[in-house]
Write a protein that binds this ligand. Structure first.
Ligand code: AMP
Length: 466
C-alpha cells in the first residue's frame, strides 16, 4: 500500500473549459471549441517578412559571388541515409554523437535530417557521376541544416547555411579562393571579419601529433575539466576546443600541430597564406583550430566577426580541405575543399553591426504610387499594374485603401516623384492621371501610353529614352 504523503496529494482535477456558445446576427448558433495554439518547436524559428531584407541581401550576395567564381548551384535532399554522416563527419564528433536528427524510415532503415551539406555534396559527386565532368567541380548550396543542439542565441536546431565546395583539385589557390569568397561575402555587406586559419596536415601527421598531445595532457590530467578528461579518451584533438578557464593555460602551452607537419604539408599551407597576403585578406594563425569534423585535412579555417558581443562572437562560418572524403564515401581518391557560412548567425551580426553603426539595408526606392478610386477602378488598376510588371518601373500600390487622401499620404511617405490616379471617370475614358507629387500638377494620359509617359518622366530611364 502506498503511504499517504501530503506531497503526493492529488491535485484537484482541472475543470474542462466550457465551450462557448455564440449566437450570430442571423440567429444561427455556433459552438466555439477550446482552442489550442502552436508555436515553433524548441530551437526552430520563423523568419518573418520583416527579416526578408537581410536574408535576401545575403542570398543575392552569395549568388553573385557564386556566379563570378563559377560555382554551379546544387540542391541535395534534406533527408539522407544516417550512415552517410556517421561515415564522413566521424563517430567521435559532437554532431554525430549528440546532434543528429535520426529516424527509422518505414522500411526500417535509419535516415537523418542533414546536419551539414558537404557530405551530401560529395555523395552527389560520387553517386551522380560528377567525377566524369571536367575537374574541378565547383558547387554551391543554400538551405536548412538540422542539429539537435542545446538552443541558445545564435544556435538553433534548424539553421541555414550557404556553402561552396570545390572538388577535384589539390591546389592552394582553391583553398585561398574559398577563403576569399567567405571574406568577400561579409565585405560586400560592410561587415568586418577576420579569418582564423591553421593546417592539420594528413591523417598520419595528425596521428603522430595526437600522441604527442596526449603525452603532454597526461601530465596535466589532474588540472583538466571533466569534459577534457573525456576528450582524452574519445577525441584528443577536441582538447584544443575547450573553452573552460581552468584549461586555457594548459591549452596555450600544448604542442602545436604545425610542428608535426612534413615539409610538403607545411609548404602547401605557406602557399595558401601567401595567396591570402597577396589578396589582402586579414587572417590570424590559430594553432588550436582543428574544426569539429573528422573529414578535414590540411587547411582549416573559421570566419569571425571583428566587433560585436553575444552570439556574434562565435564563428560565422568555417571550412577546410577534405582530401579523403571522396574515397571514404566509395569514390575515387579526389582532393577537395569547401566552406559553409551560417546565415542565421550572420543576420544577427548584420543587424547588430548595422544598428551600432547606423547603417541601413538600402531598398530600391519606388518610382510611382498607383492610386485607385472605386470598384471598377480597382479592377482596371490591377490589370494595368499587371501590364507594368515587366516595365522596370518600381510601383507601389494599396488596393485595400479606398480613400484617395489615404493613398496619396502613403505616396508622400514613400517619397515617390509621381502618382497615378485612376477613378471611375478615367476608367470610362481609358485614361489615367499622372500627378507630379512635388508641384501637384496633373496630366491626363491614355492608359495605353502609361509606360512610355512614365519612362519619359523618370530620371532612371534617361539613358533609355535618349
Ligand atoms: P560548422 O561547420 O559546424 O562550423 O558550421 C558552420 C557555420 O554554421 C557556423 O559557423 C555557424 O554560423 C553555423 N551553425 C552551425 N551550427 C549552428 C546552429 N546550431 N545554429 C545556428 N547556426 C549554426
Amino acid at each position: 500500500m502506498i503511504a499517504k504523503n501530503k506531497k503526493f496529494k492529488k491535485e484537484p482535477a482541472k475543470k474542462p473549459k466550457a465551450e462557448k456558445i455564440k449566437k450570430s446576427e442571423d440567429g444561427k448558433t455556433t459552438v466555439e471549441k477550446n482552442k489550442k495554439t502552436w508555436v515553433a518547436l524548441r530551437g526552430m524559428h520563423d523568419i518573418l517578412p520583416k527579416e526578408e531584407k537581410y536574408w535576401k541581401t545575403m542570398y543575392n550576395g552569395a549568388s553573385k559571388l557564386a556566379e563570378f567564381f563559377q560555382f554551379g548551384r546544387i540542391e541535395t535532399p534534406l533527408l539522407e541515409e544516417a550512415s552517410l554522416f556517421v561515415r564522413s563527419i566521424g563517430k567521435g564528433t559532437d554532431v554525430v554523437e549528440k546532434e543528429m536528427y535520426v529516424f527509422d524510415d518505414a522500411d526500417g532503415s535509419k535516415v537523418c535530417l542533414r546536419p551539414e551539406a558537404t557530405a551530401s555534396a560529395m555523395r552527389a559527386y560520387v553517386s551522380d557521376g560528377l567525377w566524369n565532368n571536367p575537374q574541378p567541380v565547383k558547387m554551391w548550396y543554400w538551405g536548412p541544416m538540422f542539429r539537435h543542439d542545446r538552443p541558445q542565441a545564435g544556435r538553433y536546431r534548424q539553421f541555414t547555411q550557404v556553402g561552396f565546395e570545390n572538388i577535384g583539385v589539390a591546389d592552394p589557390a582553391a583553398d585561398a579562393e574559398l577563403i576569399l569568397i567567405a571574406y568577400n561575402f561579409y565585405k560586400d555587406l560592410g561587415l568586418p571579419v577576420e579569418i582564423h586559419i591553421n593546417s592539420i596536415g594528413t591523417p598520419e601527421e595528425r596521428e603522430r601529433y595526437k600522441n604527442e598531445l596526449l603525452n603532454y595532457y597526461r601530465t596535466k590530467k589532474s588540472y583538466l575539466c571533466e569534459e577534457c578528461r573525456k576528450r582524452m579518451q574519445k577525441n584528443p584533438l577536441r582538447l584544443l576546443d575547450c573553452k573552460e578557464d581552468q584549461c586555457q593555460g594548459i591549452k596555450e602551452e600544448a604542442p602545436q600541430i604545425i610542428d608535426w607537419l612534413t615539409e610538403s604539408s607545411k609548404s602547401y599551407f605557406m602557399k595558401v597564406l601567401e595567396f591570402l597576403d597577396e589578396l589582402g585578406v586579414p587572417y590570424i594563425l590559430r594553432p588550436s583550430l582543428v574544426r569539429g569534423l573528422d573529414y578535414y585535412t590540411h587547411t582549416v579555417f573559421e570566419i569571425y566577426p571583428i566587433t560585436g558581443e553575444g552570439p556574434a562572437q562565435s564563428a560565422l562560418g568555417g571550412g577546410g580541405r577534405y582530401d579523403l572524403l571522396a574515397e571514404e564515401l566509395g569514390g575515387k581518391a579526389t582532393p577537395a575543399a569547401g566552406m559553409a557560412l551560417g546565415i542565421d548567425r550572420s543576420v544577427l551580426y548584420m543587424k547588430e553591426y548595422y544598428q551600432q553603426n547606423q547603417l541601413r539595408v538600402e531598398k530600391e526606392p519606388f518610382d510611382i504610387f498607383f492610386a485607385q478610386l472605386g470598384d471598377r477602378a480597382k479592377g482596371r488598376t490591377m490589370k494595368l499594374l499587371d501590364g507594368l510588371r515587366e516595365s522596370g518601373i518600381k510601383i507601389a500600390f494599396n488596393l485595400y485603401k479606398n480613400s484617395l487622401k489615404t493613398q496619396l499620404d502613403i505616396a508622400n511617405e514613400l517619397k515617390v516623384p509621381y502618382a497615378l490616379i485612376l477613378g471611375q471617370k478615367e476608367v470610362q475614358e481609358g485614361t489615367v492621371i499622372i500627378r507630379d507629387m512635388e508641384s501637384g500638377i496633373q496630366e491626363i494620359v491614355d492608359q495605353k501610353k502609361i509606360e512610355m509617359a512614365l519612362k519619359k518622366k523618370l530620371k532612371k530611364f534617361d539613358e533609355v529614352s535618349k
